[in-house]
Design a protein around this ligand. Structure first.
Ligand code: SF4
Length: 424
């Protein structure tokens, strides 16, 4: 009989694989945990505790599921992930969770599960000693502090005792602080990296070697500068695994690279040491004023230079844009259209996303700008021809839901840095 269950989904799979590895490393017996993507198995097992991890975009489905579990056998419900960190009161009061884990969960969840086992799964003052939790003590909302795991590589990426794999998180944190992005506020502004030998050791488990990082070319660096030797050392160290038949995908799904890091030197490394001939970069806008407003740091020229280098070296550029950005004018949108056209004419791919206000970011309370007729027509035409990928259509609907959520339930978010400058 299981007392603890993990509600895995396609979207939280990677996060839970890493968390399970951290629990195991700290001595938790994973045999005690029911790990499943099938909610019916949780319903049948009726555990004392169920762990969730989710993004704000998923809260509506999560809320329905929580209601079903509560009515069926009322387990203790624990939430982690971006939404729980940015909106803990909403997570507890509205979604119906009992405990929200705030920040990086590796140590907090371990201490929480150990304590709950000791207290027969009763919550109380014992939880006050665990950093990284929000919950109610009686009627009082308690926040025990933001959980930071600076040296996250103390925990391996995969549990030894389970056959679970996921792309390995090789780097954590990002110094750029783009105003729409949750990463720096959740993971910190300084980039930290797993050591090469650990990455090599665990990459053996993958057939296609893929990695999670905010900027794959910044491996080994505090984040804003290129450390070519460190990047090369990592890629070189993975070559014996390629020789054994594994393929190395670097700077592409599920990660990407910053445009100003796309240089002859970095592309040459990929040609020598990686298998992908597609590379993903974020442009986000074709307007320099807009890039400045959103704190992207790079300019349009960096995007153009990156695309040209990629094509010269035989890579297919995949370039992300966000449309409907706060403060975006018709003129800014025109410039984005021009850049998108230029990329497509050159042979690159464009992926368009609609602006979504995410809790825990400086732009959480900002409204999207309306799309100009020209932008709507352009995106529609290009999508019909299969020239633009991305789901901006569904995201318009989701963005409205997020705006309503934030208007109604806005909370000053818990953050890695302790503060967030609202920028609109
Ligand atoms: S969008 Fe990318 S570069 Fe900007 S803060 Fe997020 S992870 Fe960093």
């Amino acid at each position: 009989m299981y007392e603890i269950a993990i509600r895995m989904t396609r979207r939280n799979h990677n996060a839970f694989v890493h968390l399970l590895a951290a629990l195991e490393k700290q001595g938790f017996d994973l045999g005690e945990i029911l790990i499943t993507k099938d909610i019916r198995k949780i319903m049948n097992a009726r555990p004392k505790v169920v762990l969730y991890s989710f993004f704000t975009e998923e809260i509506w489905e999560v809320k329905d599921e929580v209601k079903v579990l509560k009515e069926a056998f009322n387990p203790l419900l624990i939430a982690g992930g971006y939404h729980a960190t940015a909106m803990p009161k909403h997570t507890l009061n509205i979604l119906g969770f009992d405990i929200a884990v705030i920040g990086e969960g590796e140590e907090a969840v371990y201490s929480l599960l150990k304590t709950l086992k000791r207290t027969q799964f009763k919550t109380g003052r014992e939880l006050l000693n665990i950093i990284g939790l929000a919950f109610y003590l009686g009627w009082k909302f308690v926040f025990t502090g933001f959980a930071r795991v600076e040296d996250f590589w103390r925990f391996p990426p995969y549990p030894e005792g389970l056959k679970l794999i996921a792309p390995i998180e090789i780097s954590r944190g990002c110094p750029f602080g783009c105003y729409y992005c949750q990463t720096p506020y959740m993971k910190g502004f300084r980039m930290r990296h797993r050591p090469i030998d650990q990455i090599v050791k665990y990459s053996r488990r993958m057939k296609d070697m893929r990695y999670i990082t905010p900027n794959a070319f910044a491996y080994g660096s505090p984040g804003a500068i290129l450390k070519l030797k460190k990047l090369e050392a990592l890629l070189k160290a993975l070559q014996p695994l390629r020789k054994e038949g594994r393929r190395l995908y670097y700077g592409t799904f599920p990660s990407e690279v910053r445009p100003e890091f796309v240089l002859p030197e970095t592309l040459e490394l990929l040609i020598d040491y990686a298998d992908n001939r597609r590379l993903a970069i974020g442009a986000q806008s074709g307007d320099n004023a807009m890039l400045k407003t959103m704190h992207r740091i790079h300019k349009v020229e960096h995007v153009q230079r990156a695309v040209e280098y990629m094509l010269e070296y035989g890579f297919e550029p995949v370039v992300d844009f966000i449309v409907g950005l706060p403060g975006e004018t018709e003129e800014s949108q025109k410039r984005s259209i021009e850049l998108m056209k230029w990329i497509m004419q050159k042979g690159g791919k464009v992926r368009a996303h609609y602006f979504m206000p995410l809790p825990g970011t400086p732009w959480a309370r900002c409204k999207p700008s309306p799309l100009s007729d020209e932008m709507k027509k352009f995106l529609g035409r290009m999508a019909a021809k299969g020239k633009i990928e991305g789901s901006w259509g569904n995201q318009i609907f989701l963005s409205r839901k997020l705006q309503r959520l934030i208007e109604e339930f806005y909370e000053e978010p818990m953050s890695y840095t302790g503060w967030i400058n609202s920028a609109c």
